[in-house]
Write a protein that binds this ligand. Structure first.
Ligand code: FUC
Length: 350
């Protein structure tokens, strides 16, 4: 196991550090103390070629705007909150509106746009970084001082584990995720259209024209949202299903997970042989096929475009604050928010 730290730049005198975690099987992960952003995950293909399987900007300064939220941790609340407001304990809270009237992915200066304190650790079978910060009372309009820890750990089983931990001194909504775009072809040789996605999910959340859940929790049977046997993404993206058309030809949808820590999300690229298994204790995964990736950036040496990567955002149901029949995303004062998502890389024949 190996751990390397290197300063990339600085903001107002504060260093932006890249941490590279490497295991004994050629797997390597690079992440920043800025937004806990993952800039690279190097994984061997079936021929032993070690290549990057996540999207990263070529121009480092693009991370300081980062419209697509590449690689970042999202908080306090992942996803959209209708009308940028919510009621809690008899009080109305107004949040920063950063997508028309709505609040998206934590607001203007969400967790993806701040420098985190970082502590690297290294043991015989695992290496990692623990990121810490206090999100102060009133940040982006949210109540309470929240102490957050996000820990990235790589081990010798080719498992990359993200564990989230938070406590607050007031009740506050909180659901954290990571917004990495995966592309298992390696160094973005192809887009994700031939990737196969399999999810243990019987129900999904249809969206309205603002990409907010309508409130319906719909059976996937007989729809393009039935991923229980797996589907090649091209089949979905080419379809005329109104939900697929609505979000710009693809998925941008929450799937309710039936299973936890049981190979519930599997993404596979047959040509490279790379398979990613995502396992979590979160109630849902938002699958986003990069339908709105901007054209003006350069990502891994190629001009950015639609379908270059897929996000698998494990989290609470989006807009849960406005749907009382969705599981609550409120962290109570003095209680602990704790959640783990594990990403395991395998080769298809294994
Ligand atoms: C995803 C989507 C959004 C958005 C963003 C960049 O999580 O839900 O629609 O475009 O990321």
């Amino acid at each position: 196991m190996k751990l390397v730290q290197e300063q990339r730049t600085e903001i107002n005198g504060q260093p932006i550090i890249a941490f590279t975690l490497a295991n004994d099987h050629g797997m390597e992960i690079t992440c920043l103390n800025y937004g806990c952003i993952i800039t690279s995950i190097l994984v061997p293909d079936k021929n032993g070629n070690v290549e990057n399987v996540v999207l990263a900007f070529d121009d480092f300064s693009s991370y300081f705007t980062n419209y697509p939220y590449l690689g970042a941790v999202i908080g306090r609340v992942a996803g959209r909150i209708k009308d940028s407001c919510f009621n809690l304990n008899g009080k109305t809270y107004k949040l920063h509106a950063n997508e028309n009237k709505n609040h998206l992915h934590g607001g203007k200066k969400g967790f993806h746009h701040v420098i985190w304190q970082a502590e690297a650790f290294s043991q015989s079978e695992e290496v990692g970084v623990r990121f810490l910060r206090r999100s102060v009372d009133g940040e982006e309009g949210y109540p309470g001082n929240v102490d957050v820890q996000v820990t990235y750990t790589l081990n010798n089983q080719n498992e990359f584990i993200i564990s989230y931990h938070a406590t607050s001194d007031q009740d506050t909504p909180l659901t954290l995720t990571n917004h990495t775009y995966f592309n298992l072809s390696g160094n973005v040789k192809r887009d994700i259209l031939q990737h196969e996605l399999k999810i243990k999910s019987d129900r999904f959340l249809p969206l309205d024209h603002e990409f907010l859940p309508t409130g319906e929790i719909k059976d996937v049977a007989g729809t393009l949202f039935d991923l229980r046997q797996g589907k090649v993404l091209k089949e979905v993206i080419d379809s005329t299903d109104p939900q697929i058309v609505l979000v710009g030809q693809g998925y941008d949808h929450p799937f309710v997970l039936n299973a936890h820590h049981d190979e519930e999300i599997v993404l596979c690229d047959r040509e490279s042989g790379r398979t990613l298994i995502v396992e979590t204790d979160e109630p849902a995964v938002v699958v986003y096929t990069g339908n709105q990736l901007p054209n003006e950036e350069t990502i891994n040496g190629v001009p950015s475009r639609k379908y270059l990567g897929i996000c698998l955002e494990t989290q609470a149901f989006p807009n849960a604050l406005h749907h009382s029949h969705f599981p609550s995303c409120i962290l109570r004062a003095g209680k602990v928010y704790s959640s783990t998502t594990k990403y395991t890389f395998r080769l298809a024949h294994e």
